[in-house]
Design a protein around this ligand. Structure first.
Ligand SMILES: NC(=O)c1ccc[n+]([C@@H]2O[C@H](COP(=O)([O-])OP(=O)(O)OC[C@H]3O[C@@H](n4cnc5c(N)ncnc54)[C@H](O)[C@@H]3O)[C@@H](O)[C@H]2O)c1
Length: 227
């Protein structure tokens, strides 16, 4: 399997670097901005020669805050920002993807494309401080079935991936002893997941036409403790 890749991300430096590494194209985009996402799809389709058949939603933030913190501090700001980026951003990209994919010619098996959204195991086992994150990821997981049902007529599949603890820049910010403690809680393999293992699941979802309307955990059997 091979693919031409267009990366949309807010982070211009990292996005461009990854695009260069894989021979792809980078379009700086804020996923929460509707017209920016529309423009990004238009320029991506122009560069590729057609609309994408595979869209993987990954943009997200892992902000943490207690509902009621020290000295009664509330965290509405964290909740709002997390929902804005993780949920509205995913919905925004998914909507534009569905629209442009619907105009594609179907492939031999009737399929026009597949949309893969990224939730998190915190969708089901959110920890203390993850009310906002879990709410955003739970909503992403909950959209999988209704949107798959809606887009079935267009031959577009919708899937959700719920990763456990992965070795990405989101986790790199943590002190080493914290990462080691997290890894020790994963039954097997007892380590963080690697981005390429997430990629293997994406590839399987793309290749397997019977995967539709469900969320898959990829987590080494981890179940997060309350904290
Ligand atoms: N790493 C993990 O352990 C883990 C576990 C479960 C779920 N996830 C999810 O996987 C996805 C990818 O995370 P990651 O671990 O690669 O972290 P990451 O921080 O490396 O990647 C997230 C990316 O989202 C981008 N982004 C943030 N806000 C944006 C916006 N408004 N518009 C466009 N781009 C924006 C960031 O610039 C960054 O490149 C996220 O949705 C995250 O919640 C990660």
């Amino acid at each position: 399997m091979g693919a031409s890749v267009v990366i949309l991300d807010l982070d211009a430096a990292r996005g461009a670097a990854v695009a260069q590494e894989i021979g792809g194209i980078f379009v700086q985009t804020d996923v929460t901005d509707e017209s920016a996402v529309a423009d990004a799809f238009e320029s991506a389709s122009k560069t590729l020669g057609n609309a994408p058949r595979v869209v993987v939603n990954c943009a997200g933030v892992g902000l943490a805050a207690r509902v009621v913190g020290r000295e009664g501090k509330l965290s509405f700001d964290v909740f709002e920002k997390t929902i804005q980026i993780n949920l509205f951003g995913t919905y925004n990209v998914m909507s534009h993807a569905a629209r442009v994919m619907s105009d594609l010619q179907p492939m031999d098996n009737g399929e026009r494309g597949v949309i893969i959204n990224t939730s998190s195991v915190a969708w089901q086992d959110g920890q203390i401080g993850q009310a906002a994150y879990s709410a955003s990821k739970g909503a992403i997981a909950a959209m999988t079935l209704p949107v798959a049902r809606e887009l079935a007529r267009a031959g577009i599949r919708v899937m959700g991936i719920a990763p456990g603890l992965f070795n990405t820049p989101m986790m790199e910010g943590l002190p080493e002893e914290v990462t080691a403690k997290i890894a020790a809680e994963v039954p097997f393999p007892q380590r963080l997941g690697e981005p390429k293992e997430y990629g293997l699941l994406v590839a399987q979802i793309v290749e397997n036409p019977y995967l539709n309307g469900t969320n898959i955990r990829i987590d080494g059997a981890v179940r997060l403790a309350p904290k």
